[in-house]
Design a protein around this ligand. Sequence first.
Ligand SMILES: NC(=O)c1ccc[n+]([C@@H]2O[C@H](COP(=O)([O-])OP(=O)(O)OC[C@H]3O[C@@H](n4cnc5c(N)ncnc54)[C@H](O)[C@@H]3O)[C@@H](O)[C@H]2O)c1
Length: 444
Amino acid sequence: MENKKMVAKPEGKLAVLIPGLGAVSTTLMAGVELARQGKGAPIGSLTQMGTARLGKRTDGRTVKLNELVPLATLNDVVFGAWDIINEDAYQVAQRSGVLNDKHMEQVKPFLQGIKPKKGVHDGEFVRRIEANHAKATKTHRESIEAIRQDIRDFKKELNAKRAVMVVCSSVETFRPLPEAFQSLANFEKALDANSTDVNPTALYTYAALKEGVPFANATPNASVDTPALQELARQEGMPVAGRDLKSGQTMMKTVIAPALKARMLGLEGWFSTNILGNRDGEVLDDPQAFKAKEVTKSSVLDTILQPDLYPELYNKYSHKVSIHYYPPRGDAKEGWDNIDITGWLGYPMQIKINFLCRDSILAAPLVLDIALFLDLARRLEWRGIQEWMSFYFKSPMAHPGLPVEHDLFIQLTKLKNTLRVVAGEEPITHLGLDYYGDDLPLAR
Ligand SMILES: NC(=O)c1ccc[n+]([C@@H]2O[C@H](COP(=O)([O-])OP(=O)(O)OC[C@H]3O[C@@H](n4cnc5c(N)ncnc54)[C@H](O)[C@@H]3O)[C@@H](O)[C@H]2O)c1
């Protein structure tokens, strides 16, 4: 293709900087190290295992995504983290109980070497955690300055040429988007006034963007998908992505709902419930924190099903989502979905899904991919919303005025086509008429 953009090669180390040294981030760190040692496969990661077909189906050209575009390799990835609890990554991983004893032993020295810097804490936003490792900063501006200094220190300590930030901290209590986030000017004023509307995640976001670090939000917290911080991302020329990883139940939802719509099957109701016993579940036990999750989990169905286009099928469905903190399960989340659907002549049918998953095992490879793709976007000098990364998020972003895309397979097509175009290859439409010559003539 003509429009190939030259992309700078990933030279040197890439620092993946993570506010929130919890179950997800330590599972990511351990997995990357195990994969480097050849003791574990990076299953679930498109950047490590995914491929793209190039050209026509008859060409027989399929390449790995990490050969199609220049991505940082696992050997070049180094980690830095912040947390409000003073535990190293090994202690956190041990407490989180995601990995088995053998894996824990194999990564022990590596994880012990990852110690968090002090986090920025606000007890109003995260209420279920006793912080013992929070910065002593008094104002938002001081906190931002301290995070920016940490970023510079991390880059030095880790000998990294480039950095990306992916927030993996606890879910913060939900608030309807305050005025402070409606524009960058408002946000700057709110920072100066030390406004209680500004959440810690937004401070990390602001600091990263100001420091020239691409940013993604793996949590449901208000961050880079607000007008104020999007404005900042464009101003600073930084690529951004978010919000909230699409790992388990919502991933299934964005597979099943498009299938129902594709077959023009109606929906009467969708009841989703989960039990979860890790610290994320404990934090989500706070109804105000759950509200943030509910918002990102609920937006999906309407956007996919388009009740305005198909009122007879999707006008009145009931959608319920709940998460229950149930300590015995730890990270082994169990989700149930009951889906009441209708078919020909309105006859009712049901689908039941019982997903026995592992929260952090599903989430870790997504964070890896997000980090590597953000770094690619930075080297392409792309800025602002990276819609092609919607694949990874429950509540993805699109340019203001554009409907977001939730369908997992459309998102995947978007992602792979973007990489094809970056590599100077043709995007693939799956049309396929041209294979049939005169049997299916295009023009008469
Ligand atoms: N696991 C999944 O499948 C999944 C899916 C979607 C989103 N997420 C989100 O990812 C995030 C991390 O999940 P987890 O299971 O690792 O949770 P976790 O509770 O194990 O880890 C979160 C960590 O963040 C720390 N923290 C809280 N506030 C902080 C702050 N201001 N600065 C620095 N650190 C802070 C906590 O002390 C904790 O160690 C959560 O927001 C969760 O909702 C997870």
